[in-house]
Design a protein around this ligand. Structure first.
Ligand code: HEC
Ligand code: HEC
Length: 240
């Protein structure tokens, strides 16, 4: 590449990026009123914002990307913890946060200002800012709910296999650990009673094996695990 064409690439790239950046910034500014719900910006919200500044909440808390990182981000505090919790934090921080390792000071915020601060935080939480901050995003919440539901739908045996970390060594489905036999295969040769006994004391049934003993597991839980493993096998524990 000659110096001339390198300069051309530099200038075209810089000017094009700048133009795009300015156009997008302008476009965002055109939508500010709609994105922030400016029509809901009443006296209480303004009073709350002033109180927020007077009490230096920003020293510890971040809001809309601005402020300290010592305390939780307050951009979505209203949707995350709700009005009652916000009131309690402001009225009795020394009590409700007593067991926390980080402290919020008792600032004796007057009752009228507490109400205004709630109005301010409610208004801020409704601003459409592309799911910022990510830890409070609606989508993220939904994903964690999905995981919870998926967990709750597991059979007891499946939940135990996951919880006891059997999959650190055994393959199952998409999990491709290679230390130990794939769980789907075991039930093709072993029945429930054998597996339950083996899990309690592998050395007795297979001397010299490197499979750890789970003798601390209650018998009913080993039974549940064994039933789950056998249920995975195509021929349900009968010899092929
Ligand atoms: C000296 C630092 C500090 C100041 C100033 C401060 N806070 Fe806090 N605040 C904290 C800490 C720390 C926590 C979280 C404690 C915990 O849960 O461990 C907290 C928690 C909160 C919570 C609960 C948030 C959540 O997600 O649980 C709200 C709401 C809150 N503060 C609002 C305010 C407001 C409004 C002000 C200003 C009037 C303010 N704080 C001033 C430190 C501070
Ligand atoms: C540290 C790795 C490891 C962990 C964790 C582990 N296993 Fe194993 N497991 C093995 C190995 C290795 C074998 C194969 C031993 C052999 O062939 O002698 C095995 C074998 C087995 C067998 C017998 C397979 C057969 O047909 O001979 C069963 C059943 C079994 N494991 C179940 C479990 C269950 C249930 C858990 C969780 C509660 C678990 N394992 C956790 C390593 C592990």
């Amino acid at each position: 590449m000659t110096e001339r064409s390198a300069k051309l690439v530099f200038w075209v790239g810089t000017v094009a990026s700048l133009a795009l950046f300015l156009a997008l910034t302008l476009d965002t500014h055109r939508h500010f009123d709609a994105l922030t719900h400016a029509d809901r910006l009443d006296e209480a919200v303004v009073t709350g914002k002033r109180a927020f500044e007077r009490h230096n909440c920003n020293d510890c808390h971040t809001i809309l990307g601005f402020g300290g990182y010592y305390a939780p981000d307050l951009t979505r505090a209203y949707t995350r913890v709700g009005e009652e919790t916000i009131r309690a934090r402001l009225e009795r921080p020394e009590l409700v946060l007593a067991s926390s390792w980080r402290k919020m000071p008792q600032q004796h915020v007057p009752a009228a200002e507490v109400t205004a601060l709630v109005a301010f935080l409610r208004w801020v939480s409704a601003i459409e800012n592309n799911e910022w901050p990510p830890q409070d995003s609606e989508n993220r919440w939904k994903a964690s709910t999905r995981r919870l539901i998926a967990g709750a739908a597991l059979s007891p045996g499946a939940a135990l296999v996951q919880q006891e970390n059997c999959l650190a060594c055994h393959a199952l489905g998409d999990n491709v650990a290679r230390v130990a036999p794939r769980l789907e295969w075991i039930g093709t040769r072993r029945d429930v009673a054998w597996i339950a006994a083996y899990v309690a004391d592998p050395q007795r049934l297979a001397p010299g094996t490197s499979m750890p003993a789970y003798d601390a597991l209650p018998a009913a839980q080993r039974q549940a695990i064994a039933e789950f493993i056998v249920s995975l096998a195509p021929n349900r524990g009968r010899e092929p």
